[in-house]
Design a binder for this molecule. Structure first.
Ligand SMILES: C[S@@+](CC[C@H](N)C(=O)[O-])C[C@H]1O[C@@H](n2cnc3c(N)ncnc32)[C@H](O)[C@@H]1O
Length: 228
């Protein structure tokens, strides 16, 4: 499977030189090979599957949005978890080719920094979502300031989409990278959910600073303090 440059995972945000190139990862690692063998679109499927086993994020019949869904591993896992009565809408800058055949999945090309994607998500799933997923990651340059700014823009996009798409009481799962912008995002998110914690998954590539923020019970009107 070929990954476009946009899907390259983040390395740590601590380069000694601001122009040090980002470390390359082994594209043919165990999870990659396994995904290929088992018919999944990406190794990322095992991250969501692991989170699902540990935290029961998705349930049958739910409406789900998946931001940054290409090449589709999370769509496959979400489709399985919500079953035939559920609906999953995915958006990415890249088109999923060939499209998934799962009847409960709809994916489209769009930029999550464009608020218009909300309409398409709501139309397909038929109302506000029970769960908002975001595995979106920017195209990395290896230049710390540029990469941090790109991560910040993606997280801000998630914050703009959140109140338009997620129902009250719903859950959010979002990929975070190690940087002050992600910490600030986390602080803001905590104020409008009943609980929030960060989790790491075994399927994350060695050396990556990636982790996931799992925030549950969205309370848009009642901001308050939450646990970790
Ligand atoms: C790590 S990949 C997602 C993998 C996916 N969860 C899976 O299971 O196959 C990150 C994705 O975020 C997408 N992305 C980055 N910026 C985006 C944006 N502004 N709008 C939509 N998608 C974006 C990239 O195109 C890339 O495909």
């Amino acid at each position: 499977m070929r990954y476009p440059a946009t899907s390259r995972l983040w390395s740590n945000f601590a380069p000694r030189s601001s122009s040090r190139p980002v470390a390359r990862y082994d594209r043919k690692d165990h999870f990659h090979q396994r995904a290929k063998r088992e018919g999944f679109r990406s190794r990322a499927v095992y991250k969501l599957a692991e989170l699902q086993r540990g935290h029961r994020i998705l349930a049958p019949g739910q409406r789900v949005a998946d931001l940054g869904c290409w090449p589709g591993g999370w769509l496959q896992e979400a489709s399985r978890a919500v079953g035939p009565r559920g609906r999953v809408a995915g958006v990415d800058l890249a088109a999923i080719e060939p499209p998934l055949e799962n009847e409960n999945v709809f994916s489209f090309v769009g930029d999550i920094e464009d608020v218009k994607v909300c309409e398409q998500i709501l139309t397909f799933v038929g109302g506000r979502c029970d769960v908002l997923l975001s595995d979106a990651a920017p195209k990395l340059t290896g230049i710390r300031e540029t990469d941090r700014a790109a991560e910040e823009r993606l997280l801000e996009a998630v914050e703009v989409i959140l109140p338009r798409v997620l129902r009250e009481g719903g859950d959010l799962l979002v990929k975070l990278l190690e940087c002050p912008e992600a910490q600030n995002f986390q602080r803001r998110i905590r104020t409008c959910f009943g609980s929030a914690k960060t989790v790491r998954v075994g399927a994350t590539r060695k050396g990556s600073s990636e982790r996931y923020l799992l925030a549950r019970n969205y309370q848009p009107e009642r901001p308050g303090k939450n646990d970790d």
